[in-house]
Write a new protein. Structure first.
Length: 133
């Protein structure tokens, strides 16, 4: 597993584990932005896979159900449930990566690096002025 893949999986797990809590407080800017990313990625999955994840992560308590509890609810063996969940989350993680890559490219394209020296010089002057205050 490469570092980029690990970060991507961790970000997805963070979003999924906080899905219900973020949904409750959608007016908070971080939650809104995070949910936007999550829902964009979820749109790439078929309805049955989205529903499968929603049943696990969108509980009223704000805490996802364990795989054992969900396996019992779905009438599956725990190992089979976990395998199915990780497969779906893997696809979702790939979708999330496409979205994050597009966001980074947009951000990179919007930053003007034609005059980094001048920007740094202005920053140092401003910092020097601030230190004198």
């Amino acid at each position: 597993v490469m570092l980029g893949e690990l970060i991507q999986v961790r970000e997805l797990k963070f979003l999924l584990n906080r899905w219900a809590l973020m949904q409750r407080d959608i007016e908070e800017p971080f939650n809104r932005k995070s949910l936007k990313k999550l829902y964009k990625a979820l749109n790439y999955l078929p309805d049955d896979e989205r529903l499968f994840l929603a049943k696990k992560y969108l509980d009223n308590s704000g805490k996802p159900f364990s795989d054992n509890v969900m396996a019992e609810k779905e009438g599956m063996k725990p190992g089979d449930y976990t395998k199915k969940r990780t497969k779906i989350e893997g696809r979702l993680s790939d979708c999330l990566q496409l979205i994050l890559d597009a966001e980074r490219k947009t951000l990179r394209d919007s930053v003007d690096l034609s005059e980094p020296y001048e920007s740094m010089k202005r920053f140092r002057i401003a910092l020097g002025n601030w230190r004198r205050i």
